[in-house]
Write a new protein. Structure first.
Length: 258
């Protein structure tokens, strides 16, 4: 087993797993020093391309972004999201996972779904492709408004069943997206593999967020998003200063000229 995956598995019940997204080298290089997992999420569709849905993201886009991220990631586990319609059956999933891993040198793939994809996960793992699962809100297959999961008994039972299916199929971890705290807690206790929450409470084994959201680069107004810095403001300040210096002839001085 990949030693980076072993490290993630060993963190269960010992230390919280930290995961952030990256879509290019410069951000990847910064976060790699501090996180356990760097995820090239198909959220890049909405964050970078203004797509209304992640369904418009394709494998070529994911590979190009992951190649760039790979340059900046040396320490963390690098995971690529398999986009919509690239893992509809076992052979398609294996073919596209192999293409993704070969072209990007990433460590693992993430796919959405629980019981529905259990045979696909099993097939990938059998063929030495490490898989991170993703249940709760699964944006690729959600039509209409996103609604948090696990409010009623039917949803709770489904989430538990899905988590068990992923564990039994050999996934090394499960992302829980927008899952109520009591059920995240239950799943985290029931499965031996780590759970990584996004809007799924403190009870998960780790947390993931979209880096652009925590930096304030997006205008995300989502309950679970915490903005840790207003990078837009800092960029604005730098750009205004540059503009002013160009207009007034203060830049470039001799120091910046040949
Ligand atoms: O696409 C993505 O970035 C994700 C995470 C937010 C979990 O799936």
């Amino acid at each position: 087993m990949n030693f980076k995956i072993k490290k993630i598995l060993n963190k269960k019940n010992k230390s919280k797993i930290v995961c952030l997204t990256a879509y290019s080298k410069n951000i990847a290089e910064i976060i790699d020093k501090h996180v356990d997992i760097v995820l090239v999420g198909d959220s890049l569709g909405s964050v970078l391309y203004d797509f209304k849905t992640t369904r418009k993201v394709n494998l070529k886009m994911m590979i190009e972004h992951t190649k760039s991220v790979r340059v900046g990631v040396t320490k963390s586990l690098l995971v690529i999201d398999l986009p919509y319609n690239t893992y509809r059956n076992k052979s398609e999933a294996l073919r596209n996972s192999k293409i993704a891993l070969k072209n990007t040198k990433c460590d693992a793939v993430k796919i959405e779904g629980g019981t529905r994809v259990k045979e696909i996960v099993r097939h990938l793992v059998k063929n030495k492709i490490p898989v991170l699962g993703h249940i709760g809100i699964t944006p690729q297959t959600t039509k209409g408004k996103f609604k948090s999961k696990g409010k009623n008994e039917i949803e709770k039972r489904k989430l538990i069943k899905d988590a068990h299916a992923l564990e039994q199929s050999g996934a090394f971890g499960i992302v829980l997206e927008c899952v109520y705290g009591d059920i995240s807690k239950k799943i985290t206790k029931l499965v031996k593999i780590p759970t990584i929450g996004i809007g799924a409470s403190i009870h998960c084994d780790g947390q993931v967020l979209v880096t652009d959201d925590i930096l304030g680069l997006t205008n995300a107004k989502i309950k679970f998003v915490k903005k840790y810095i207003d990078i837009k403001k800092l960029i604005n300040t730098a750009v205004i200063k540059f503009k002013h210096e160009v207009k007034t002839g203060k830049y470039p001085t001799k120091k910046y000229s040949y």
